[in-house]
Design a binder for this molecule. Structure first.
Ligand SMILES: NC(=O)c1ccc[n+]([C@@H]2O[C@H](COP(=O)([O-])OP(=O)(O)OC[C@H]3O[C@@H](n4cnc5c(N)ncnc54)[C@H](OP(=O)(O)O)[C@@H]3O)[C@@H](O)[C@H]2O)c1
Length: 330
């Protein structure tokens, strides 16, 4: 049975409201960021995934200082408890919801508990993530690299969104922030698994933004460059590269919460985006040149301490794994 197509007059007034708000909050973010943040989050319930470490941990404290009620999500309960206690010490509100978001039942359980205990969710920050740095030629027998990045970076984020969106839609307000990477614009070699999952996440974010544009629900992507967090620590070469500080990464996040802009992208990301559109083959050659020039011996074979492998038993010994970083952990 085919569906009958029906037409209705679209609501256009919300576009103008949104346009006015866009400029209002962008101006505020420049001239009175602290006040603007308080106005945006004070009394609001914020789910922050990946709160136990790196960018998430510091964002949590800043949001709590601005008056938000924080629902902190990650696997490590001890770290979440320590963070929540430090927030309570300065009078902030923080509650811990430990869970492994690669398990969708856990996503549902955490979201339901938060809605039941705090009444609603105003802002969802999908920040938990993992990365794998490995050339495609070393992943021929490691399909799970693709599965596990998709599982956390993409599917878990969508699962969380699916839990909170009905409430946001009903209240006609809400903000979902999906943390991505500038790799989506620059496409660096060795990150096919990680970037595939972040491309998927951004694709969903942009479609969602289009579908909800006539409502009060907003969606944003944050395209971070390399940030000095535990995530990149095991990759030796990053120690010698200029990377973004966690403080600056936190400012980016707070700015997106204030402005609700669709995307936060730095100069490098904008340049990379332009280059790929204008000179796609030249861009490819630049990335490939550096891929060929900089390699590891033995090939991509450094593994962070305590890493578990789901691959063939002796693949590390055979040089089929680099792993790196905690998000590079297996
Ligand atoms: N650092 C960078 O260079 C960089 C660059 C671009 C984008 N990003 C993105 O920024 C976000 C934050 O990264 P970060 O650098 O702050 O990393 P991080 O310090 O490694 O933190 C990752 C967070 O994700 C949580 N997490 C990992 N697996 C999880 C799971 N299965 N269930 C629930 N939580 C889980 C971790 O907590 P538990 O271990 O306690 O579960 C931790 O709190 C990520 O989405 C990342 O992709 C980072």
């Amino acid at each position: 049975m085919s569906n009958e197509l029906k037409f209705r007059i679209p609501k256009v007034l919300p576009y103008f409201t949104r346009f006015g708000q866009h400029w209002r909050w962008n101006v505020k973010s420049v001239f009175s960021a602290k006040t603007a943040l308080q106005q945006r989050v004070s009394g609001k319930v914020v789910i922050l995934t990946g709160a136990s470490s790196g960018i998430g941990a510091q964002v949590a404290s800043e949001l709590a200082r601005a008056g938000a009620t924080l629902a902190l999500v990650a696997r490590n309960r001890e770290k979440l408890d320590a963070l929540a206690n430090s927030i309570r010490e300065f009078g902030g509100k923080a509650f811990v919801y430990p869970g492994d978001l690669t398990n969708f039942d856990e996503c549902d359980r955490v979201c339901k508990a938060i809605e039941a205990e705090h009444g609603r969710v105003d802002i969802l920050i999908n920040n938990a993530g993992r990365s794998i740095r490995r050339s495609i030629k070393f992943t021929y027998h490691r399909f799970h690299d693709y599965e596990r990045t998709m599982q956390l970076n993409y599917l878990a984020s969508i699962r969380m969104a699916m839990n909170v969106l009905p409430g946001m839609e009903a209240r006609n307000e809400g903000h979902i922030i999906n943390v991505s990477t500038v790799g989506v614009q620059a496409n660096p070699a060795r990150f096919s698994a990680y970037l595939g999952s972040k491309w998927a996440l951004e694709g969903w974010t942009w479609v969602a933004a289009n579908e909800f544009a006539h409502t009060g629900v907003r969606f944003s992507s944050l395209n971070y460059p390399l940030v000095r967090t535990p995530m990149i620590a095991p990759t030796k070469i990053y120690k010698y590269m200029p990377v973004m500080s966690v403080d600056t990464a936190v400012k980016w996040m707070l700015d997106v919460i204030i402005t609700q802009n669709k995307r936060k992208l730095g100069v490098f990301g904008k340049g990379a985006l332009g280059m790929y559109y204008l000179l796609p083959k030249t861009s490819e050659s630049i990335v490939n040149f550096s891929y060929q020039a900089v390699y590891e011996q033995p090939p991509e074979n450094y593994v962070s301490a305590g890493m578990r492998s789901r691959g063939p038993a002796n693949e590390e010994a055979q040089g089929h794994s680099d792993g790196q970083s905690r998000h590079h952990k297996k």
